[in-house]
Design a protein around this ligand. Structure first.
Ligand SMILES: O=C(O)CCC(=O)C(=O)O
Length: 337
């Protein structure tokens, strides 16, 4: 694919908490942090060690006949295996024991004890291994949301999606390519909920997804010991270049009550955003009362109003109360119910 602008995510070496909070965090842009103290996991977490220490705990995993996992069309199956058997299979290329085919791919995104209610926490689900991993102290303890094991077969690619919390993705074993897109490119990513419909980001079908070339691609390759800061709402797509073990840590950077309380994954839209989206659905439903040419006209007026009011790269920031009064006879779009 030509034309898509590509940017390398900047790498910062030996940053301490003060430098991160002063120089990186406020930019709200991804950054690779190198040389952090992640603890003994860096030497210890081989497939053999994880197999031995992780034990027989049952884990729910994704298994797929192809390495490119697709959540929208569900080209994978959820299966359960003892942790040590899962690690063995994820670290080998072909399997004697398998579910779907000899060279199937595996992925673990660890879950909480009660998967519907509790976020994943390494210290609860894998206490023996958690002691090996030191979480970078870049946020207050009460902002902590979850720590999630990410273990993948070589070649495993995870679909492009966003999460609603700030995230440090630590690569412990193996290397991983990560491609990111800014939240400001959301309209070029063909979203279905929190996921992009463009599955093959390296060779996209531009007949189906012509706008995708306009999305700026941010890219990095994480080496063992690297930590990628993924600000909330930044889209990311990961590709394991080897058998890979990592941990990611989500933390809340908005006030705690902004988040959906029933969200063990950290990917439900903030409460106010969910309400606004519902209000939009109601507004669209109301437009259905009109003939097509009126729907088209008022739809365009709504788009203009939304752009002016919300997009930081439109003129909205300079729009006056007079503009806003002129474009909207009533203010009901600004106060979703
Ligand atoms: O590293 C991976 O496998 C996926 C990471 C991810 O999606 C995340 O940290 O939110």
């Amino acid at each position: 694919m030509e034309l898509q602008e590509t940017v390398t995510v900047p790498t910062f070496t030996d940053l301490d908490e003060d430098a991160f909070l002063r120089d990186i965090y406020p930019q709200r842009r991804p950054a690779v942090l190198r040389g952090m103290d992640l603890g003994p996991c860096l030497e210890k977490w081989t497939a053999e060690y994880l197999t031995e220490k992780g034990g027989d705990k049952e884990v729910k995993i994704h298994v797929s006949t192809v390495p490119q996992m697709d959540f929208l069309h569900k080209n994978f199956a959820y299966k359960t295996l003892p942790f040590k058997e899962f690690v063995k299979r994820a670290s080998e290329k072909t399997h004697c024991d398998y579910f779907l085919c000899k060279d199937e791919s595996y992925y673990l995104r660890s879950l909480g004890e009660d998967v519907r209610k509790e976020p994943a926490d390494l210290s609860k689900q894998f206490p023996d291994l958690a002691a090996d991993f030191h979480i970078p102290e870049f946020f207050a303890p009460d902002q902590f949301f979850s720590s999630v094991f990410r273990i993948s077969s070589c070649g495993l690619q995870l679909w492009t999606h966003y999460d609603v919390m700030d995230n440090l993705l630590a690569q412990v074993t193996g290397t991983k390519r990560v491609v990111l897109y800014s939240p400001q490119d959301a309209l070029h990513l063909y979203l279905s909920g929190d996921k992009s419909e463009v599955l093959d980001i390296d060779s996209p079908d531009l007949t189906r997804f012509p706008e995708f070339v306009k999305a700026k691609r941010y890219e990095c390759v994480l080496e063992p010991g690297d930590v990628l800061f993924i600000p909330a709402l930044w889209f990311h797509n990961t590709l394991a270049l080897h058998f890979g073990v990592g941990v990611n840590v989500f933390w809340r950077h908005l006030p705690a009550d902004s988040y959906d309380k029933k969200d063990p994954y950290g990917n439900k839209d903030p409460v106010a955003a969910a309400r606004a989206l519902q209000a939009l659905e109601r507004a669209l439903h109301t437009l259905d009362e009109l003939p097509a040419d009126y729907r088209d006209f008022y739809g365009r007026r709504m788009i203009q109003r939304i752009q002016k009011r919300t997009c930081s790269d439109s003129q909205s920031t300079t729009s006056t109360q007079q503009d806003s009064d002129r474009t909207s006879p009533s203010n009901h779009f600004t106060k979703p119910g």
